[in-house]
Design a protein around this ligand. Structure first.
Ligand code: AMP
Ligand code: MG
Length: 450
């Protein structure tokens, strides 16, 4: 575990008061480490988990050469380019029931999809290309080549070869692949435990009556959704009052249980609250100004064991009510802290741009980030060079088949409705200026992530 000072000293051009989005990701990549601890889970429980070890194929898939079509299996050596071929049907090979007889020249075997290729035969003519008269099949000239419609043993996976690699995220396709090998369980890394709470005295929990100047806590639910989609175990702590004891108890108990602690609010410059002071007291924390929009302020660091141990709230297990489903304690040296800004869209954007990649790394996931798409802007977008802007957009297919994108309305950092209407974020990079109509821009698609 490197100290923040150490990471900062190795990053050329690091300036906490003016960080580029790229620098933030580079920094976080140094800050976080994959969790250790693995478990063996049934395939039904493995969706979205991260593989803890390579899976070597114990068998070949498919286990034998077989037919890709319903039709007739034959020896392709008898095919000639210019003449039709007439063959006598001498038997039937069904899927799961091989045909064991011998086939002489001039003969063929009726075969179903998936059935083992009879010995000596290498080609399948699909039924619809043939004419059957009695037990004679006629194949027209020029419709078939030797080897057509035969699947080879091991063409998907060969016995002894790696089927899946450590660090892969188990997708529906991967679950099927594991099952195709006859394996009932897979080794996965333990789930990442992430605690979240909202801060701010103007934040109302659901159920509280409306109050002048107060807003309902929406960040609790967006962060819950983002973390759940990522496959994390969420420790939901609701709203914490802007009061030193309440904040200290919340930070301590979050960090005692979770691998990472996420908060929203209270990290911007003019904040008159206690959140930043408590982060400083309990951890090694940097307060950043990021050259981006939305989402300029962010606090990042560790809530360290040493400092937590000396807190008066360490042993007071019931001083803060946590809806954590009996999650076991965090036994590592520290919990990683992501102090996000308060504005609802800023929370989501900083999560997507920085926190999500960092959490994936903590989860042990080696998947490379999904590439950005290019789409033509349907409108002029005003943009200042010198910061990265993330605009909520709707990507669609233009009449000529290429991708186009337009913004979804009010881009204020508190406006969630334009986020709901979007299917992606238009990423306008640090050095980029205004965008003209028809100009290509990068888009980060949500695609099930949010
Ligand atoms: P802050 O970063 O604390 O200055 O908050 C910036 C803005 O975000 C303020 O208008 C807050 O009212 C709003 N805000 C902060 N936390 C939340 C939350 N959990 N849910 C909804 N809005 C919030
Ligand atoms: Mg505030």
């Amino acid at each position: 575990m490197k100290t923040l000072e150490h990471i900062a000293s190795e990053l050329a051009g690091y300036d906490p008061q003016a960080l580029t989005a790229d620098m933030v990701n580079t920094f976080l990549d140094q800050l976080v480490e994959p969790v250790t601890g693995t478990e063996e889970v049934a395939i039904f429980d493995a969706l979205g988990r991260v593989l803890a070890a390579d899976i070597i194929s114990p068998i070949s898939v498919p286990p034998h050469d077989n037919s890709a079509m319903d039709g007739f299996a034959l020896d392709g050596a008898q095919l000639t380019p210019d003449a039709a071929l007439s063959l006598k049907v001498v038997g039937t090979a069904l899927a799961g029931k091989a045909w064991a007889g011998t086939v002489n020249p001039g003969e063929c075997v009726r075969i179903m999809t998936g059935a083992i290729m009879p010995a000596g035969l290498n080609t399948v003519v699909p039924q619809e290309l043939t004419t059957l008269t009695g037990d004679m099949v006629s194949i027209p000239a020029g419709v078939l080549n030797t080897g057509d419609n035969r699947r080879f043993m091991g063409e998907d996976l060969m016995q002894g070869q790696p089927a899946l690699q450590k660090g892969e995220l188990l997708t529906p396709a991967a679950l099927g692949l594991v099952a195709s090998l006859g394996l009932k369980t897979v080794p996965v890394l333990r789930r990442l435990k992430v605690a979240y709470f909202s801060t701010g005295d103007e934040i109302l929990s659901l159920g509280e009556p409306p109050r002048e100047g107060a807003v309902y806590d929406s960040n609790r639910y967006t962060v819950f959704g983002l973390l759940t989609r990522l496959g994390c175990q969420v420790i939901d702590m609701g709203v914490v009052r802007d009061q030193p004891q309440a904040l200290e108890a919340a930070f301590v108990q979050a960090a005692m249980q979770a691998d990472a602690v996420i908060t929203s609010g209270g990290v911007s410059v003019g904040e008159a609250d206690y959140t930043k002071a408590m982060m400083k007291k309990l951890g090694d924390v940097a307060f950043w100004k990021i050259a981006m929009r939305p989402g300029r302020p962010m606090a990042v660091g560790y809530l360290s064991r040493d400092k937590l141990a000396s807190s008066a709230y360490k042993s007071s297990a019931n001083s803060y009510e946590i809806n954590s489903n009996n999650i076991p304690p965090n036994t590592s040296g520290a919990a990683v802290l992501f102090g996000l800004p308060g504005n609802p869209v800023a929370v989501m954007v900083t999560f997507l741009a920085f926190v999500r990649p960092a959490l994936l790394r903590m989860m042990g996931c080696s998947a490379r980030p999904t590439p950005l798409l290019r789409a033509q802007s349907q409108e002029v977008i005003r943009k200042k060079p010198g910061r990265t802007e993330y605009q909520r957009g709707w990507v669609s297919t233009a009449p000529d088949g290429t991708l186009q994108v337009k913004t979804t309305g009010n881009q204020g950092s508190g406006v969630l409705s334009s986020m709901v209407q979007a299917n992606g974020l238009i990423v306008l990079h640090h050095t980029q200026g205004h965008v003209a109509v028809g100009e290509a821009v990068d888009v980060m698609m949500f695609d099930g992530v949010i």
